[in-house]
Design a protein around this ligand. Structure first.
Ligand SMILES: [Zn+2]
Length: 154
C-alpha cells in the first residue's frame, strides 16, 4: 500500500482488527521509510465482474464454462488437466484483478487462446475455431498459415 505521506510502497502491518460484524478488516500500517502510520480498510469485493458477450448480453465469469471449452478442444491431446486448470486460473485472475467491472468475452477468450497456443497447437486451432467470429476468420486463417509454415520448418 502506497504511503500517503511519502508515497513509498513498502509498509508493515502493525495491527489488524476485524469489525464486530466480520465484514471489514481495519489495518494499521507503518511506512518502512518515513515511519508514519496510516489505516486501510479491507472489505469483501461483492460486486461481480461481468463478461460482456458479443451480442451485448452480460453474464458472470464462469470457470466451468471455460474449462468445458478447453476440455473439448483438448480431447485426445497430450495436455494435462492441471495445465488446463492453470489457464482457467489465469483467466479468473485476469478478470478478478481488472479494474473494470465489465470485460468483453473476446478479451478473456484471447487470453485463453494465447495460453492454449503455447501448450498445444491442435487444441488451440480447435478452440479458436469454436470461439472466433466469422469476421475474425481472415485473421485466423493467416494465423493458421503461419502455424503450418512453422510446422514445415520443424
Ligand atoms: Zn512514508
Amino acid at each position: 500500500m502506497r504511503c500517503p505521506f511519502c508515497s513509498t510502497l513498502q509498509d508493515r502491518v502493525v495491527d489488524s482488527r476485524e469489525s464486530k460484524t466480520g465484514d471489514m478488516v481495519r489495518r494499521r500500517r507503518e511506512c518502512t521509510k518515513c515511519g508514519r502510520r496510516f489505516t486501510t480498510y479491507e472489505r469483501l469485493d461483492e460486486i461481480p465482474h461481468m463478461i460482456v458477450k458479443k451480442d451485448g448480453r452480460r453474464e458472470k465469469f464462469d470457470r466451468q464454462k471455460i474449462l468445458a471449452g478447453l476440455l473439448k478442444a483438448c480431447e485426445k491431446r497430450p495436455v494435462a488437466m492441471n495445465q488446463l486448470e492453470e489457464i482457467v486460473n489465469q483467466a479468473e485472475t485476469y478478470v478478478a484483478e481488472s479494474p473494470d467491472r465489465e470485460l468483453s468475452s473476446s478479451a478473456v477468450g484471447e487470453l485463453v487462446m494465447n495460453r492454449l497456443k503455447a501448450l498445444d497447437k491442435v487444441a488451440y486451432v480447435r478452440f479458436a475455431s469454436v470461439y472466433l467470429d466469422f469476421k475474425d476468420v481472415r485473421e485466423f486463417m493467416d494465423e493458421l498459415k503461419d502455424l503450418l509454415k512453422s510446422k514445415g520448418k520443424v
